[in-house]
Ligand binder design. Sequence first.
Ligand code: ZN
Length: 141
Amino acid sequence: MLKGRVDVSRANRHLSAMSKVSPISAGLSERCPNCGQGRVFRGYLKFKNRCEACGQDFTQSDTADGPAFFVGFIVLIFFAPFGFIIPMADQPLWWKILLMFILVIVTIVASLILLPKAKSLMMALQVANQAKQAELKGDED
Ligand SMILES: [Zn+2]
């Protein structure tokens, strides 16, 4: 049988962490969700092990393919319509080919710019909400 238990100290830590830094602003600026100071990435998309300013552990964060999904979806919504509009435009062929080439470049650049921001944002939301794998507690009997 499952027994529900509320960990008050965890809830208090959660509240104090939330009151310090907005996970949205920390995530979008690629800063530590705990202190808002240290940078979260050591490369393009590789998290540091911990925050250089406050020591927050980043090794437990796992955003998996969430950022790629959301970025792909958002970029698709904004740029995919042009992939249908440009070929139907009453313009010379070379102009349409040039516009399609520009569309591809803009789509790739937008994805590359948004991906670290989305990953940092998802990690900040995970830390703020203390999200982790589901587990059963107090199930010894
Ligand atoms: Zn920090």
